[in-house]
Write a protein that binds this ligand. Sequence first.
Ligand code: ARG
Length: 427
Amino acid sequence: MKKTMISLKFAAIAALSLVAQAVSAEQQVIKAGHVLDVATGNMKASQYILVDDSKIVSITDKNPAPNVKQIDLSNQYLIPGLMDMHTHVVRHLSKNFYDGYFQSPHRATIGGVVNAEKTLMAGFTTIRNVGAADYMDVALRNAINAGEVPGPRMAVSGPSLGITGGHCDSNALNHSFEERSDGVADGPWQVREQVRKNVKYQVDVIKFCATGGVFSKGTKVGQRQYTFEEMKAIVDESHTHGRTVAAHAHGTEGIEFAIKAGVDSIEHASYLTPETIDLAVKHGTVLSMDIYNTEYTLSEGKKNGVPQENIDKEKQVGTRQRESFSHAVKAGAKMVLGSDAGIYPHGDNAKQLSRMTQFGMTPLQALQAATINAATLIKWNDKVGELKPGMYADIIAVSMNPLSDIKTLEQVNFVMKDGKVYKHDKQ
Ligand code: ARG
């Protein structure tokens, strides 16, 4: 008798937990004060978002499932998780500029784990990492995807391709050290080989340096580095293997050659001209312009030991890049948010949004750059970048209407990625 009672009790518990799993473990309803359709700018009040496992099932006026777990965000504005298309998330950020030179890949990867979490908590549920030695970003992406560590979805490039002595090489030590960055490759066949190697180790995107840059030793920002032939080889090989291409390019000629070679995005795009803007518009090339970080470098960077050479180059580029940004916005070029996080502390990514509005975008355009346009660039627009049925439940919430106060995105109260809540500050 006693035995039967016990087994009955167990059966009841088992049945109950099955029911519990079927009902609440997978489905949840978010009661939203407002939901923004980033594609149209339409803001709808009092909506219910039904989430099943990792995906959005419906967004409706009536509660579709009052019996499943409810998340109350009825005083919040909900938008898709933000996306930053230019980050350097692996590397432990130290106050001293030169520390980076002495960091092992292992230490840098652990830094990446810390930075990825900060980025996610700031409301960035997807990032593109452009440039990491030793495929550190591939490892981090995989660990995040496996649910081992919290972080955004990552589209990663592995080592950036660059010419010997160029912006994507390391040039600080004298020749006896034989220092050379991971992705250095010269000539059309060598660059094809490096693209193949990156594909072999499972990158999502290919990054190369078309011109000099601010934070490299001995390069000129305006100077083109790869030849047109090399750029074409990189793009052809990458596209053959289904990878999009991001080209670091400050100078005009490098921008022009990269667009003509068929890259998917131009990073920085500082020295745009009316002609290169037209070219970008004509080719549908996306511009990813990091217009937030200038002041940070000029004040904090200087304190932290950024060499004078690099400070001088930043002074040269900052203002010109912002003018280029305004012109590109007016011309209707495709643009994404790319902030170069890592130059400034991770988690401050949303601070670029108000700069984007200051230099010509409407708040909606800035939000589109940080969501739907970014998703389209990396070809993930069937998964992320909008709140609609079938998309991943990557959802963030803020207290104010971001269309009238873009800075509200610097203080995100709620972060859901893949249907999982990572942050919920009760307001
Ligand atoms: N990674 C870029 C470079 O070193 C950063 C440029 C930052 N400055 C700017 N104004 N966007 O060239």
